[in-house]
Design a protein. Structure first.
Length: 149
């Protein structure tokens, strides 16, 4: 699949997430709870896929990606554990602080997603440049150019 196609899917997914978040405030609590559970399951599944892809490609991808993914997993697990522990509180002040912290965590997740998009852009452009370099070397040796993603 072409790298530009993957970026287009990412942009569509970001728009879908924006729409879900905007619509959530006008939905019934039960519906939002169901969407939270669904989003959590989807995030876990995507994380599994990412870990498997990284493990399958180990040696072919930079160690930095493997380390970043492990670090991110640890942070996500800590945040989710904190959320689950704090859901049981019934104190208004604690509930408001938990809501504020959850909003801060959401902003951090958005910042991390923005960083990931920046990294994806860099990786795609670097891959395009690497392919150009390979084609230049092949052309200089009179060999055919490769087929790119």
């Amino acid at each position: 699949m072409a790298l530009s196609d993957e970026l287009a899917k990412l942009a569509a997914r970001a728009k879908e997430t924006e729409t879900h978040a905007a619509e959530a405030r006008s939905k019934a609590r039960g519906d939002v709870e169901q969407e939270v559970a669904s989003a959590h399951a989807a995030a876990k599944e995507q994380g599994k896929k990412l870990r498997k892809a990284a493990a399958d490609a180990q040696g072919e991808i930079s160690d930095w990606w493997v380390d970043a993914q492990k670090s991110w997993d640890e942070r996500i697990d800590a945040v989710r554990g904190d959320i689950e522990r704090k859901k049981a509180t019934h104190d208004v002040g604690k509930a408001r602080r938990r809501a504020e912290r959850a909003e801060e965590d959401a902003l951090l997740a958005i910042d991390a997603a923005n960083w990931s998009i920046d990294e994806a852009e860099y990786a795609v452009l670097d891959a395009v440049l690497a392919r150009m370099d390979a084609d230049d070397v092949a052309a200089a040796k009179g060999e055919p150019q490769s087929v790119s993603s």
